[in-house]
Design a protein around this ligand. Structure first.
Ligand SMILES: [Fe+2]
Ligand SMILES: [Fe+2]
Length: 156
């Protein structure tokens, strides 16, 4: 795999992170709006916080990918992958769970490509390590979303 291909893969990952960040913040705002209902306020306020916490992780992932792309001499993409709207708390959690799984699948592919490169390149372990850390975070997000949906362990 050429350096150009690695940069292209990392840029598509960066675009996914742009989408995830915007989507979580938008969904947090929608859940906050649903919060206006006094009856459900107590149970949905923590969800807003969790969505914002995850958004902040996605922002860190953007920084990580931008930094590796820059280190490789590439130009970080400013594009954004597809985002998905949802209007109820349950649908918001389900949509993000689906999108987190898609992100894990995409990053797994990057890691597999990197593995086949072992022994070549002088930053291959560094890149592999950084992408692995991002996948670990996404898998944590999956466990948080499953917990909020009350379906722990269903994605394993
Ligand atoms: Fe992420
Ligand atoms: Fe995530």
């Amino acid at each position: 795999m050429s350096k150009k291909e690695i940069i292209a893969l990392l840029n598509s990952a960066l675009e996914l992170e742009h989408a995830a960040f915007v989507q979580y913040l938008s969904h947090a705002e929608i859940v906050d709006g649903i919060n206006e209902e006094p009856v459900i306020h107590a149970c949905s306020a923590p969800i807003v916080n969790r969505l914002k916490e995850i958004a902040s992780d996605e922002k860190n992932h953007q920084d990580k990918f931008r930094s590796i792309i820059g280190d490789l001499g590439g130009v970080p993409s400013m594009r954004i992958a597809a985002t998905h709207q949802a209007t109820t708390i349950k649908k918001i959690l389900e949509q993000n769970l689906k999108d987190e799984k898609a992100a894990v699948d995409a990053y797994r592919k990057i890691l597999e490509r990197l593995k086949s490169e072992k022994g070549q390149g002088y930053y291959s372990y560094l890149i592999q390590h950084e992408v692995t850390q991002v996948v670990v975070d996404e898998q944590k997000h999956i466990t948080v979303l499953e917990f909020l949906l009350g379906i722990q362990g269903s994605s394993y």
